[in-house]
Write a protein that binds this ligand. Sequence first.
Ligand code: FES
Length: 253
Amino acid sequence: MSTGTSRVPRFGHGSRVPGWDEAVDLEKPPARIPDPAVTPVPELLREQIEAAMAKYPDRRSAAIPALHAAQELHGWCSPEAIDQVATVMQLTPAYLIAVATFYDMFKTLPQPRNDVYVCTNISCSLRGADEFFAAMREAADGEDIDVRSFECLGACDIAPMASVNGEYVGPLDFDDAGRIVEDLKAGHTVLEHKQLRYRRCADPEVATEAGEFSPPGADVPRADTAGLGEHGDTTDRPGGSAAIEIPTEEAGE
Ligand code: FES
């Protein structure tokens, strides 16, 4: 991909969640923990949230995986989704909204089903990410795909790269923009031959066996980027959840 010497726009695309600059509504009534009796929660979502809470001494530590599970189910962190998480976690919706609005990957407004996050930080930018981002937006125009630029996604070694529905792919070239759209529309695995998960180990003795990438299912070592071994972390570590904190006035003390 040609890089040339061009001006590198920084923060030009914006990555802030919608509403970050809106004033707080001081007229709103104080937030309350939703009443479980009138807030039905889908069984699978409840199980996912409870499993996440069981992993941490303080259940609030599970806010991010719980919100992810709700977003996966509802497509975004809708008021209904937030209320369901708040009901299971026994937190106020405001607490969860504060978390959801802090992180770019939580959707606080209805958005397209598919996400393509193009990294436009320095390593990717130097290898043509800004041009790829423009090509990706053009290719996805009118489709059910949210294309956004992101700061470093932590996979600079495959620059320029993108996260497609959470799957890291790279190095990308212009033609990949159209392929990503076609794969998403067809429900196919996206750019399988460029997925980070199938990238081979950096160990030179491993990498010389069959090229840089190994096909899915091939009997070769996988990248172990998290240091968890070839098969990842297969051990669950459930533990007790923190006690529910009830404000003293509500507890009648
Ligand atoms: S600069 Fe793009 S992944 Fe780091």
